[in-house]
Design a protein around this ligand. Structure first.
Ligand code: PAF
Length: 282
């Protein structure tokens, strides 16, 4: 596996692969790999000939009070893990190379970015779409694989790809969970022992919501949201950012539960750790 650190070298390599008729797969990440990332790499390998994993903690998608400076990192550990998955290139550029002075273009997807995480993290999705578009241009992938834990992010990226005519297949990969049910996330590494019950309340609340919709008389979205919120806030360390039931494509609130309904959750644990989870309800 090669470690590539400059945009120029990355794009030149991707162009060579393209000329040789090879299919390229991209897995964009911010590093600190867990089993969820490794599953994305494996998926990319099954559909392409050369997998590029980008490892870049993208400063422009973090707000001023967020965890950019503390984001966990260990390049050598991630290098070993990616290599073991048969990744061809780990692309790990410096910030100054990705955003040289004078780089002022931002990509904004309207509509889908307004609510949920977009409401509590202003500018976050502009940072995500801008870096993902740059990564697409640098790695020239035929397919790119993203985790479904960041459900809104995936919807926003699909919209950008449609709107800007990127000739790239976007593949969503189901959430990978710990045995306990906790959705895997690099941010789980911040959780202390006495915060684990609070962290587990998200997946437990999802399991409860799924049981509720199986009842003879199907509950309304409001009833489910109330039950889910109640379970989560019974842990005083949890502060809910949102508990919503939205249509999986439009991300607009559902009036009744259908196969298109997604329960989406964002919860702050002790004001330090932002956890996301989601699930279809039927
Ligand atoms: O999901 C992430 O890790 C990031 O938002 C991404 C897609 C790598 C862009 O920085």
């Amino acid at each position: 596996m090669q470690v590539v650190t400059t945009p120029k070298e990355m794009q030149a390599l991707a162009l060579t692969w393209r000329r040789d008729g090879l299919k390229i797969g991209l897995v964009p990440t911010m590093g600190w790999f867990h089993a969820g990332h490794l599953a994305l790499m494996r998926k990319a390998r099954t559909v392409t000939d050369r997998v590029v994993v980008s490892l870049f903690v993208n400063p422009i998608q973090f707000g001023p009070t967020e965890d950019l400076d503390n984001y966990p990192h260990d390049l050598e550990r991630d290098r070993r893990l990616a290599e073991a998955e048969g990744v061809a290139v780990l692309y790990a550029p410096d910030v100054a190379l990705m955003y040289p002075e004078g780089c002022t273009t931002r990509i904004h997807v309207d509509g889908l970015t307004a609510g949920l995480c977009g409401a509590s993290r202003p500018g976050h999705f502009d940072g995500v779409t801008t870096v993902v578009a740059k990564l697409f241009n640098l790695t020239l992938p035929h397919s790119a694989v993203f985790g479904e834990k960041d459900f809104q992010q995936l919807a926003v990226i699909r919209q950008m790809v449609r709107d800007l005519n990127f000739p790239i297949e976007i593949i969503g990969h189901p959430i990978v969970r710990e045995q306990s049910g906790l959705a895997m996330s690099s941010r789980n590494t911040y959780l202390k022992e006495d915060e684990m019950d609070a962290a587990h309340s998200l997946s437990k609340a999802i399991t409860h919501a799924k049981k509720m919709v199986k009842q003879a008389e199907r509950p309304s979205p409001e009833q489910i949201k109330e039950a889910v919120s109640g379970l989560i806030v019974s842990h005083p360390q949890c502060i809910i950012d949102y508990v919503e039931i939205v249509d999986r494509t439009s991300l607009q609130p559902c009036e009744r539960i259908s196969s298109e309904s997604m329960l989406v959750l964002a919860v702050n644990i002790n004001q330090r750790i932002r956890l996301l989870d989601n699930s279809a309800l039927l």
